[in-house]
Ligand binder design. Structure first.
Ligand code: TYM
Length: 325
């Protein structure tokens, strides 16, 4: 059976980009593969964070994954720090990675830009991510478009390690959704939707209720002209709305365009489709939130199962590099 792994940072509330770029494919993967989904709390501490909120955000993220449709009887959901093999494998891979390739990582350049000093952890972030993936012999990694470069690094490290020390790691492939792999900010459609956006109006949260979704899409920045066309270069705002509509209701963004005579009608259709798509997640979130004990049980079972797989990979890795056993 194909093995799948992916991860999400516990940044608090999840947004529509996380849902469309990742969680939706994760829910599909659990029926087709042996799937592992990881809440990467050790990645979240590479930038400023609030220790008082880390645990509650981790639980909130786990609840969001269940709400998005992950079923713990079909996949393994766990917290990265609860499986210590991730950090141990990361160290070994750090001895395979080079400073030069780390410096080329665009996410590091973006997050580090303008900072007086950045943590060594932020620099090494992509190697820990490679360890997350390689520890599970993952064949496929379902992610949004922004993670492609990190996936390339994981592949390079696996190839290099295998060439140096003998076949040890499976070389993973990225799997990026056909539409909405890069959901853009509604207020600034040239930037990707994220929680750290300037204006909260630009980011639709997974748990936003329909009136909030309606307000955000109604106020979404559109482009000059009046014609609804799928042209991400020249009409980034309208193209983003077409992608959202396509992702939420099916179909292709360029073909859907001709069905809308003006921007207003497109916005109404996108609002309805997005609100309807997110409705089950919102309802399930409310139900799971009433039982935090159950969420903790899911994570504890998940860590146990993930730990067994990761421990076996780490043993194989130690043997490959000749560590005394
Ligand atoms: P993170 O926590 O930033 O995002 C989680 C997932 O959501 C996707 N995503 C988006 N997709 C489309 N449009 C957007 N605007 C958008 N914003 C976020 C991301 O691509 C991602 O799939 N480094 C990773 C976490 C990670 C990981 C891993 C992923 C750690 N270890 C191992 C895969 C495998 C990250 O920060 O994702």
């Amino acid at each position: 059976m194909v093995r799948v792994l992916s991860g999400v940072q516990p940044t608090g509330e999840m947004h529509l980009g996380n849902y469309l770029g990742a969680f939706r494919s994760w829910s599909a993967e659990q029926y087709e593969s042996d799937a592992f989904f990881c809440i990467v709390d050790l990645h979240a501490i590479t930038v400023d964070f609030d220790p008082k909120q880390l645990a509650s955000r981790t639980l909130h993220t786990a609840t969001s994954l269940l709400a998005a449709g992950l079923d713990p009887s079909r996949c393994t959901i766990f917290v990265q720090s609860q499986v210590h093999e991730h950090s141990e494998l990361a160290w070994i891979l750090e001895c395979t990675a080079t400073m030069g390739e780390m410096r080329r990582m665009t996410q590091f350049k973006e997050k580090g830009a303008g900072q007086e000093s950045v943590s060594l952890g932020l620099f090494a972030y992509p190697v820990l991510m490679a360890a997350d993936i390689l520890a599970y012999d993952a064949d496929r990694v379902p992610v949004g478009d922004d993670q492609r470069q990190h996936l390339e690094l994981a592949r390079d490290l696996a190839h290099r390690f295998n060439a140096r020390y003998g076949e040890t790691f499976v070389v993973p492939d990225a799997s990026v959704p056909r539409v909405a792999s890069r959901v853009m900010d509604l207020q600034d459609p040239t930037s990707k939707m994220s929680k750290s956006a300037q204006s909260h109006l630009g980011t639709i949260m997974m748990l936003d209720d329909p009136t909030v979704i309606e307000r955000k899409i109604r106020r979404a920045v559109t482009d000059s002209g009046t014609e609804v066309l799928y042209d991400p270069e020249n009409k980034p705002g309208i193209s983003n709305l077409l992608e959202l509509l396509a992702a939420a209701s099916g179909g292709a963004p360029d073909q859907l365009a001709s069905g809308y005579p003006n921007y207003g009608s497109l916005k109404s259709a996108a609002t309805e489709a997005v609100a309807e798509m997110l409705r089950p997640a919102r309802e399930r979130f409310a139900a799971f939130s009433r039982d935090p004990g159950e969420v903790r049980r899911v994570l504890s079972d998940g860590a146990q199962r993930a730990g067994e797989v990761a421990a076996s990979t780490l043993r194989r890795t130690h043997a490959a590099i000749g560590i005394l056993t």
